[in-house]
Design a protein around this ligand. Sequence first.
Ligand code: APR
Length: 175
Amino acid sequence: MSTRLEAVEGDITLEHVDAVVNAANAHLAPGGGVCGAIFAAAGPGLREACEALGGAPTGEVRATAGFGLPARWILHAVGPVWHGGDQGEEELLASCYRRSVELAADLGARSLAFPAISTGIYGYPVEPAAEVAVAAVRSAVEDHPLDRVRFVCFDRRTLAAYRAALGQAPGARRR
Ligand code: APR
């Protein structure tokens, strides 16, 4: 069984998938970027659920309910801060993607949507980040197949990077 991988331009809070991934911080606290958008859309129950989890190390992932989101679960992945690339950033970013796929499969999710973890406030360059993301997901779904994995890109440059990493023709499709 093969997992369909796709890149789209859009807002991850609107995704109708079983689980969406949040680009979280180690405190699992509300932040800006996609994290801020997810906390705002999910509602106050998410903050309480995250407080009860007590944080997570970089490269790790924790699950909560989706609360007000269309998704049933939110997987909070703590991406690495970019320090130039020689502080284990690539391995830690790959771990976020791999652990998210594993956790989604454990929960029984069949569809999963990712933002471009670490490429905003945490400063990871988007083109190498997209390569890491696609390679890590392709590898993880070999052992933990899902029906589909969607990379939800907030801007055209990110979409182009994911399309290139997926080996797809460039060209932005807005939904
Ligand atoms: N849907 C999809 N992608 C989004 C959305 C959204 N609604 N909003 C922002 N993005 C994109 C950004 O444009 C960027 O490409 O998500 C990507 C990740 O950027 P950030 O949200 O800044 O995440 P990150 O770089 O991992 O930084 C994490 O920021 O918000 C805080 O609590 C968070 O401290 C943590 C840090």
